[in-house]
Design a binder for this molecule. Structure first.
Ligand code: ZN
Length: 217
């Protein structure tokens, strides 16, 4: 299981810290008990055609014995590419600024990669629009009016939720795509969401969505 923390570091800064990266210690998402750091693992992340090796610490809950990987918010679960280039492409295409090919060139990624991001995001756009709109309201922000284009709706809802979250300590500096990645537990471009945790300080928000109810995080 993984949790995403609002890491403000650049990918390079995070990577150069190696195992020395300092990660805030969360509470266990299952039982709220204290956790202890429990080793970790290495993985790669790609940004602008460059791969960096990064250390992902794990924590273990003393009460329930479950371990959780603590992913920095620029990492997408089971994806090599960082969240921001993917978000930049999706944002441009959704906003009608340009097509996928030009957005891919601007982000420095292959066209096929960018097309895959947009397809995957579009497939979940309806559900993301609903979840992020609800989160925006929960955080005291504006309700987002649904738009006919689900892709555009989802990006607008993420923007509204981020604007609302940016009023809380620590989030403004992250940008909306790290924020979106953190809220969805790194599964923004996954086939299904598995750990929709937003950790802000010691508070944890779970955007309301019927299919998440009853699922063990
Ligand atoms: Zn626990």
């Amino acid at each position: 299981m993984s949790m995403v923390w609002p890491c403000p570091l650049t990918v390079d800064a995070y990577a150069s810290l190696g195992r020395a990266v300092r990660v805030p210690r969360p509470e266990c998402p299952s039982c709220s008990s204290p956790v202890v750091f429990w080793s970790g693992y290495w993985r790669h992340v790609r940004r602008r055609e460059r791969e960096r090796k990064i250390f992902i610490p794990r924590v273990r809950c003393r009460a329930c014995g479950v371990t959780h990987a603590l992913l920095p918010a620029f990492v997408l679960v089971r994806r090599l590419d960082a969240a921001e280039p993917a978000g930049a492409v999706i944002g441009k295409v959704a906003g009608g600024a340009c097509g996928v090919r030009r957005a891919a060139a601007a982000a420095g990624v292959p066209h096929t990669t960018a097309r895959g991001w947009v397809r995957r995001f579009t497939a979940r756009a309806g559900e993301l629009a609903v979840s992020f709109s609800a989160l925006a309201v929960e955080l005291g922000g504006e309700a987002v009016r649904p738009q006919p284009d689900p892709l555009r709706s989802a990006v607008a809802a993420i923007g509204a939720a981020f604007t609302a979250a940016a009023g809380l300590p620590g989030w403004a500096a992250l940008g909306r795509w790290r924020f979106a990645c953190a809220v969805t537990g790194g599964s923004l471009l996954a086939a299904s969401a598995t750990s929709p945790f937003l950790i802000i300080g010691r508070r944890r928000f779970m955007p309301p969505r019927s299919s998440w109810r009853g699922r063990v995080p």
